[in-house]
Ligand binder design. Structure first.
Ligand SMILES: [Zn+2]
Ligand SMILES: [Zn+2]
Length: 212
């Protein structure tokens, strides 16, 4: 079962975080559980070393879905002030940023460094000093943004939305040769444009496609 995750750096992850070990996999994916030790620093609050007991679900369709992380010792107050979602999972950043990050770098060590450590650093600072939650580059407060984009673009899968954003960044001539991210099999150029940004720049995507 672990072999599937080797390409995503699971061995290096387990080596770097020896307090974490694998548990029998479930239908959802693989669970990693144990003590997560880290050291990080910012100019504002200096160096922090701390540890959290966590459980990470790395879904079978990683990196098309983002790992789900829970803190299992009760050290982190389970509320929005500490960016804990109502279902008990940790809010590590805006869904779109997280997905974009794991898509561009599908690696568990990178996930730990860019998503977990900044979150835990912010929690430790808040617990120790009462500072406001520090928002890193992953941004927070955009929960639901993916749903918004999903509606706007007429795409259901998170990975399709990411792909759509990548397509929008392409020059029109290049983008028009690509396939529609919804999987309908049409090229973008054939699809009537129904969405435009405020600047008037057309998005090469259809909102709905009754024909596909
Ligand atoms: Zn958050
Ligand atoms: Zn389509």
């Amino acid at each position: 079962m672990l072999e599937k995750y080797e390409q995503f750096g699971i061995e290096k992850f387990l080596f770097e975080y020896p307090g974490i070990s694998t548990t029998p996999s479930s239908v959802l994916g693989i669970f990693l559980r144990g003590t997560f030790n880290f050291t990080a620093e910012t100019d504002k609050r200096g160096t922090i070393s701390d540890q959290y007991e966590i459980e990470i679900l790395v879904p079978f369709n990683f990196p098309r879905s983002v790992p789900v992380v829970r803190e299992i010792r009760g050290k982190i107050p389970k509320n929005g002030d500490f960016h804990v979602n109502p279902d008990g999972s940790l809010c590590l950043g805006s869904p779109l940023r997280l997905l974009s990050l794991v898509n561009s770098n599908p690696n568990l060590v990178a996930f730990a460094e860019k998503c977990l450590i900044p979150y835990f650093y912010a929690v430790s600072i808040k617990l120790n000093y009462g500072d406001d939650f520090m928002f890193g580059e992953l941004d927070h407060g955009n929960v639901g943004a993916l749903e918004d984009y999903s509606l706007l673009l007429g795409l259901e899968e998170d990975s399709q939305i990411i792909q759509a954003f990548q397509l929008m960044g392409l020059k029109k001539r290049v983008g028009n040769k690509k396939a529609c991210p919804c999987g309908c099999g049409k090229r973008l150029v054939r699809i009537p444009v129904k969405v435009a940004t405020c600047s008037g720049r057309k998005l090469p995507l259809h909102r709905h496609h009754p024909t596909c």
